[in-house]
Write a protein that binds this ligand. Structure first.
Ligand code: BTN
Length: 271
């Protein structure tokens, strides 16, 4: 297990804003909960909260997020698009466009994985990071609203790095970077690369550049027949693409195309 600490992170950082302020603890309930509480007290854009272990890690849709101590990257970023030193963007980000922050983070993590290990990760709509078809990571984006305006977002990233994911429950269909490579993978280099590549895309997003094309191209979901569990029940069809907000465009068997912004792919199948 490699040593993460506020000092080692600061010394290895390659990013200009993300991670310049950091709270590291060996154990925390959830880095997302801690980051949200710091954001409510005014933590600035780019504040990094990171832990070696979470006692109440959370995934999407109320699921727990489990990882052994020291084997995963477990971190959250406070983002304030209307008040970022990276680019003046006084109008900020419309909360309805917040999936763009998940896009920025998943693409940054994917590039960092490629740079540090040579592994080509795929993304699965809406927030999964896959290696060889198994889940290696996920992103949980939670918003703090001030009326209709986005006051802050907390983007939490969990990535199975240096651990045996086969010890996790089989239904997670999980893997890790070290499982895929068959060797020890240090976390610090990967973390600093991820912060750099997330920052580059976050800066472009603030400057008005769309990230959706790059994200759509990295989604292995597109073109597949999927079963989607949504608030309206199960939907089945072909995932044809995504719209500008990140909604999955699902072609139902009736021929109708339905945009789905919140859902979970239950079972991928052949197109
Ligand atoms: C998912 O795939 O459902 C999203 C998982 C997100 C997990 C990360 S781990 C760091 C951060 N803190 C949390 O409690 N959750 C996110």
């Amino acid at each position: 297990m490699d040593e993460l600490s506020a000092e080692t992170i600061r010394a290895a950082l390659r990013s200009e804003c993300l991670g310049r302020q950091v709270l590291y603890q060996d154990r925390m309930d959830s880095t997302n909960s801690t980051a949200a509480s710091l954001a409510r007290k005014g933590a600035a854009d780019g504040f990094l909260v990171i832990a070696d272990e979470q006692t109440a890690g959370r995934g999407r849709l109320g699921r727990p997020w489990v990882a052994p101590r020291g084997g995963a990257l477990l971190f959250s970023l406070v983002l304030r698009p209307h008040d970022s030193p990276l680019h003046k963007c006084p109008r900020g980000l419309d909360p309805r466009r917040a999936q763009a922050l998940t896009m920025v983070c998943s693409l940054g993590v994917r590039q960092a994985i490629l740079e540090t290990t040579g592994l080509a990760a795929q993304l699965k709509w809406p927030n999964d990071i896959l290696l060889d078809g198994r889940k290696a990571g996920g992103i949980l984006c939670e918003l703090g609203l001030d009326g209709p305006r986005l006051a802050y977002a907390v983007v939490g990233i969990g990535l199975n790095v240096d651990m045996d994911a086969r010890a996790l429950p089989a239904e997670y269909r999980a893997t890790s970077l070290s499982n895929e490579l068959g060797r020890h993978v240090p976390r610090l280099r990967l973390l600093c690369a991820a912060l750099l590549y997330i920052e580059q895309r976050y800066r472009s997003l603030l400057a008005g550049a769309p990230v959706v094309e790059e994200w759509a191209a990295a989604l292995q979901t597109i073109g597949q027949r999927v079963e989607l569990s949504t608030a309206e029940g199960m939907l089945e069809g072909i995932a044809e693409g995504v719209d500008a907000d990140g909604a999955l465009l699902l072609r139902l068997d009736s021929g109708q195309v339905r945009p789905v912004l919140v859902g979970d792919i239950a079972a991928p199948g052949p197109a």
